[in-house]
Design a protein around this ligand. Structure first.
Ligand code: SAM
Length: 201
């Protein structure tokens, strides 16, 4: 299905809309949790604004399932030497011990996943993290679940997020994550966003 993120035009409109915004405050949070130089995977890197900031501190790999975003990043940032993979958050591939990450980061991405896909990303992310690895993910805060431009926009309350991330792993029956913190912050409106940090158990 054609979505707002699947065409070059949609991607340029998104970039124009985001002018002046970045996830530096979220990345500061990540800097408090893992050492500089650690391996970090970003999900849904889009135009790569946060990816370039992450690269100031970490050995970072970007990813996005949208060919239009991947093409744009390759065209504009080919000389930065940053890997940018074709990955959907719900299916991150097979864990290779040589490619485990100390952290996985996303900024306003996981609200595009259906409940089943969100369940799948919890399992997939856990597999790709080193022991004690952490995640930092931002979400839109609220209770609306809507479709816009061919994409799902699933808002979460802090309680709903905590329940999702603290739930027992479907395979082991034990909790796979310890939620460290869920903090409200303001992006487009007052406290319209949540930053979740969690550690793999
Ligand atoms: C709101 S944009 C955020 C982009 C970037 N993180 C930023 O802050 O500018 C959402 C991004 O999520 C990506 N996306 C959509 N569905 C996804 C999925 N299932 N897995 C990973 N990324 C996805 C889109 O292609 C898009 O780049």
């Amino acid at each position: 299905m054609v979505s707002i993120y699947s065409t070059d035009r949609g991607v340029e409109e998104y970039v124009a809309m985001c002018e002046g915004q970045d996830g530096r405050a979220l990345i500061d949070r990540l800097c408090q949790l893992i050492p500089v130089g650690s391996k970090v995977l970003e999900l849904g890197s889009g135009p790569g604004i946060d990816l370039l900031i992450l690269a100031e501190f970490f050995s970072v790999t970007g990813s996005d399932p949208s060919p239009a975003f991947r093409r744009r990043f390759a065209r504009l940032h080919d000389d930065e030497g940053i890997d940018y993979l074709d990955l959907g958050a719900q299916d991150l591939g097979v864990a290779d011990p040589a490619h485990l990450y100390a952290a996985i980061y996303s900024n306003k991405v996981l609200h595009h996943l259906s409940p089943d896909e969100h369940q799948a990303t919890l399992v997939a992310q856990r597999r790709l993290l080193t022991s004690g690895g952490v995640v930092v993910h931002s979400y839109w805060c609220g209770q609306n679940v809507e479709q816009h431009g061919g994409m799902l926009f699933h808002q979460y309350t802090a309680d709903a997020l905590e329940q999702l991330w603290q739930a027992n792993d479907t395979v082991s029956g034990k909790p796979a994550w310890t939620v460290l913190d869920i903090t409200a912050y303001s992006e487009l409106g007052f406290e319209d966003s949540l930053c979740l940090t969690a550690r793999a158990t």
